[in-house]
Design a protein around this ligand. Sequence first.
Ligand code: AVJ
Length: 306
Amino acid sequence: MTQASDTTQEIISGLQASTPSISPKFFYDDIGSRLFEVITLLDEYYPSRTEKSIMEANSQAIALAVGQCDVLLDLGAGNCAKASALFDSIKPKQYRALDISKAFLESAVADLQKRFPMIEMQAQAFDLIQPLDFPDLINQRKTFFYPGSSIGNFDTESAKRFFENIAKVCQGAGGLLIGVDLIKDREVLHRAYNDSLGVTSAFNLNALLHINRLINANFDVRDWEHHAIFNESLSRIEMYLRAVRDVQVSWPSGKQSFQKDALIHTENSYKYTIANFTQMLLDAGFKSAQTWTDSNSHFLVCYASA
Ligand code: AVJ
């Protein structure tokens, strides 16, 4: 099967499942990537700002924990801003930026290369559901970087497998520098995913426009509304698109109807405690974990040493 038809098939089976869903990776087309950048600027969306201040306040301690860095592997690099903020303290010899959307990534890396000519840089299209394997980096001391609580999109089992995979690829050297969102007051969580400007709503709805292009479907965003709730027992924010009326959607090989109030699940964003997050890393095979947080314990930065 070609890659295009795999994607088409994945989207169609999601839409036709008994619990309809769209993978959160389909948020990030050109518009979605930009909307997400705007989300990170909102007052209500504390994670990005808080993570940045934790990284800045502890840059020397983090650099000490990381030690020698032959290659910094940025998983889900986006605009590369977070990794580049570490260059002065961590001093990587090489920087490998990985992300699902290569066009966006390549221009970001090209800009960055001008600012840091000494660091060897490479952009690589990468879907994190594929196994992590870097045959060209064997014997290089690797620092994996996975900021922004992107790990929140994984259910706990997949997160553990992902950590096991990284620990293994590290071959007993280097490690993982990761940012994760913490469990907190549900009002604070709710506001972060239901901002007053409606940017998160636009971000969520935009997945439908992306899907329209990918499978040639005819979703009308005016038929849907944003819905985000904190599921306390599963410790995650759940995002949905809810049909505001009965809706018929079709694409060349099929169609699907949704009754008023039907939900399409678009994202889970898991929240952790410091204790259960570090335990998970140790269970996955890392030798030790160092953590840094903010004064409100809203967000966690963690270095797990392989
Ligand atoms: C990029 C997955 C960390 O879960 O907070 C932001 C995505 N969704 N607002 C998150 C997101 C809605 C974000 N992550």
